[in-house]
Design a protein around this ligand. Structure first.
Ligand code: PLP
Length: 460
């Protein structure tokens, strides 16, 4: 063990006890607390993060994993990933400081942001962070001035038009402009050591990785012709973080492995890495949020209170968190958060058309609509799974603002696997099997699906 993560950093979950039990205990405690302030909180299963990494090692044995800090910079996540030996991909000075603060050496940090502040480039130079990315001449010029010994990775645009969240609209040099950028770098004595890309998130076609790997090969050849010693290929992120994603991680990995064998065969001297965010953390975090207000409104005129008692109505629940905070994925990632209820409704209980809204007095603060839920009350808790990506620790971008408490948990079996950095024997057989017993054991939930056009809510 490298000593980044200690037993005191998390709740050790023994056999027979699950994160779900822990969450129930915590919501009960919060409901009985004498303080008036109702908050949202997370339970984070660090065992799930360990399990994901073992799965990664198994499926992509030639790829070194870096973690994209912007995705979730909470201390438990950074420590467990550092313990697993990952490198870190940082988007700014605050993120570099954060990972250096827990003891990660500069050699394991990449400053991967094609739009860098000069002060942050200087910070990287002063603190030994050597690997930086760029996709245009202006960035190159800034680095020449402020970090002349940097080793640069050229970030290339991808064909990401089918991805849910596209990055290449704003980032990445076109293949056409790569030669010119490589020539300018040569002229300015800047070392370009590799190529990176990001296929965007929610990409439905794993062939996008194969295409980008083929493109990267072309850029490597251009670089070599111009005298650059290119030896790093960075596959970026975009790998799914939830089970049941349209394209499974194993399927993507298989496409990547074949493309690597073709374009960057073993022994070619190229160091392959990837910068994953959501893959590691999405499913590890579960959120509990309480209802702070409730109102019945007319279905076709949301906001207008019911007067006659006969018109179709919807119940609007306001939660203590909304799309301007933890639920920002509704705006940026097109997600549809669906709650799990703590109390299973009885079969004779009527279900009402309901919507979930955040605390802001803004029409846009809408988390979910068209849910069929039993009557809930102010003070009730709703639970949301798969809430680990781009929800917490965005503080590194927002100057440290951190609103939610996080309780970290890990099963003893995951802790022992982490200490030995070994897969438990029975899990070594296939990557599928490996993805189960290390986590703290959320059970499959029943679902409440009352109509084809509405989003189902599920029962805890
Ligand atoms: N690398 C870069 C350059 C990114 O911008 C991002 C996310 O925006 C990531 C990696 C991580 O992506 P994901 O969370 O989809 O794995």
């Amino acid at each position: 063990m490298a000593g980044y993560l200690r037993e005191t950093d998390f709740v050790m979950v023994e056999e027979g006890f699950s994160t779900r039990d822990l969450l129930e205990e915590l919501t009960l405690g919060a409901s009985q607390a004498t303080t008036e302030e109702v908050a949202a909180f997370f339970v984070a299963d660090l065992g799930a993060v360990v399990r994901k990494h073992f799965c990664f090692l198994k499926c992509l044995p030639r790829v070194r994993s870096f973690y994209a800090v912007k995705c979730n910079s909470s201390p438990g996540v950074l420590k467990v990933l550092a313990e697993l030996g990952l490198g870190f991909s940082c988007a700014n000075k605050a993120e570099m400081e954060l990972v250096q603060h827990i003891g990660v050496p500069a050699s394991k940090i990449i400053y991967a942001n094609p739009c860098k502040q000069i002060a942050h480039i200087k910070y990287a130079a002063k603190h030994g962070v050597q690997l930086l990315s760029f996709d245009n001449e202006m960035e190159l010029a800034k680095v020449v001035k402020s970090h002349p010994r940097a080793r640069m990775v050229l970030c290339v645009a991808t064909e990401d038009s089918h991805s849910l969240s596209r990055l290449s609209l704003r980032f990445g040099a076109s293949l056409k402009s790569c030669r010119h950028l490589l020539e300018n770098a040569r002229r300015d004595h800047v070392e370009v050591v590799g190529v990176s890309f990001h296929i965007g998130s929610g990409c439905p076609d794993p062939q996008a990785y194969a295409q980008s790997i083929a493109d990267a090969r072309l850029v490597f050849e251009m670089g070599a012709e111009l005298g650059h010693r290119m030896h790093i290929l960075d596959l970026g992120g975009g790998f799914p973080g939830v089970e049941g994603a349209k394209v499974r991680f194993e399927e993507i990995a298989s496409v990547i492995n074949s493309a690597l064998d073709l374009y960057f065969p073993e022994g070619c001297g190229v160091d392959i890495l990837a910068k994953l965010g959501r893959y590691y953390v999405t499913s590890a975090f579960t959120l509990a949020v309480s209802i702070i207000a409730k109102k019945e409104v007319l279905l076709d005129q949301p906001g207008r209170e019911e007067e006659t008692g006969s018109a179709p109505k919807t119940i609007m629940y306001h939660l203590s968190e909304g799309v301007y905070g933890i639920f920002n994925s509704v705006l940026f990632d097109n997600t549809c958060p669906t709650p799990i209820l703590q109390k299973k409704p009885s079969t004779d209980q009527t279900l009402c058309c309901s919507s979930l809204r955040g605390p802001a007095a803004s029409g846009c603060d809408c988390i979910a609509e068209g849910l069929w839920l039993p009557q809930l009350h102010v003070g009730d808790w709703l639970v949301f799974e798969n809430m680990g990506a781009y929800t917490v620790g965005m503080g590194s971008l927002l100057r440290g603002a951190q609103t939610c408490r996080i309780t970290y948990a890990m099963s003893r079996v995951a802790w022992e696997a982490l200490q030995g950095q070994l897969l438990p024997a029975e899990q070594d057989e296939d990557a599928e099997g490996m993805c189960k017993p290390l986590s703290c054991g959320w059970e499959i939930t029943d679902t409440l699906c009352m109509g084809p056009v509405f989003t189902p809510a599920s029962i805890m």
